[in-house]
Design a protein. Structure first.
Length: 311
């Protein structure tokens, strides 16, 4: 029991560290030092430069058949996850307006794997688990630009080109060439990509904090539907994931990564897609904010539970 409590405190400290970095973005935006356009530019840098560099950097390892098999297992887990959750959210939030309901369904399905999940996995499980997070990010991008667009914008907005040609899949394609061939980047390029990869955690946290500052916090805490949706995203889904995967006796790193990422807060793209496709951007931003704030309580518990069940 003391060991579990000790692990809980350690993970809580790591999550709190991430939130302290978020506080920097929150304060900068509230003081007017960092503006909305600045946040958008930082998000663009993260999405199109930093995360692809993280993916390429994580695949600069020796080819290993067992590692490749575990990556395949992680991809299969995510395929099943998206099939189940995409179907399960269809009847939810019928009492809300259609624009709000669609945004809530999107947020329940899509977690913040890149900006929040990846830094947390790096902090809790170490660099060895990053390669499995990369697989989750790629699956996230593929589903977000197909099902997510279909959900938010309708069938006419779906683009196979956008689903396949996004930063995650491009980064994976480049990284896999090196991983499977055994080739390595030249030292200077390797260092440059490593430095850019290191920006992911602090930059992502500052961006999330800034996005939270742009939403109405007081109004956020008054929306009952947001609490119900957050409970699904932060507690129900990771608990079901942990139980569903337990009988398969997976590689502990694969198991823990899958469970922890399934409990990450709502994806920041929820608000972006809502704005783009004419849904409710206010409710979307508030959902992102509330789930992110509540995750400081839930993520340590989910993380310790995953580590305990993984043995």
């Amino acid at each position: 029991m003391s060991g579990i409590l000790e692990n809980l405190l350690v993970v809580a400290g790591q999550v709190a560290t991430l939130f302290l970095m978020m506080a920097v973005g929150f304060i900068l935006v509230r003081r007017g030092t960092l503006s909305g356009p600045g946040l958008d530019q930082m998000s663009h840098l993260l999405l199109y430069v930093v995360i692809p560099c993280v993916i390429i950097d994580s695949l600069q390892v020796a080819w290993d058949a067992a590692l490749l098999a575990d990556m395949g297992v992680m991809l299969l887990i995510n395929a099943v996850y998206y099939l189940v959750t995409c179907a399960a959210v269809i009847p939810l939030f019928r009492r809300q307006s259609e624009d709000v309901a669609v945004a809530l369904r999107f947020g329940v399905v899509y977690a913040n794997t890149g900006f929040m999940g990846l830094p947390l996995i790096q902090a809790v499980l170490g660099e060895e688990a990053v390669i499995f997070t990369v697989v989750v990010i790629v699956a996230f991008n593929l589903c977000q630009w197909t099902h997510g667009v279909l959900l938010m914008g309708g069938r006419g907005e779906v683009s196979v080109r956008k689903a396949l040609l996004n930063p995650g899949t491009i980064g994976l394609s480049v990284g896999l060439v090196f991983f499977l061939s055994g080739l390595r980047l030249p030292p200077m390029a390797d260092k440059a990509i490593g430095y850019l990869s290191a920006l992911n955690t602090p930059l992502a946290m500052v961006v999330i904090g800034g996005q939270m500052a742009r939403s109405g916090l007081l109004q956020t805490f008054r929306q009952k539907a947001l609490y119900a949706a957050s409970a699904l995203r932060l507690a129900v889904i990771p608990l079901l994931t942990a139980l569903a995967l337990l009988p398969f006796r997976l590689n502990p790193l694969v198991y823990c990564t899958a469970v922890i990422l399934s409990g990450a807060p709502v994806a920041g793209s929820t608000g972006i897609f809502a704005q783009k496709f004419g849904r409710d951007p206010t409710a979307s931003a508030q959902f992102v904010t509330l789930s992110t704030l509540l995750s400081i309580l839930t993520l340590p518990v989910i993380t310790v539970l995953a580590q305990y069940l993984a043995g």
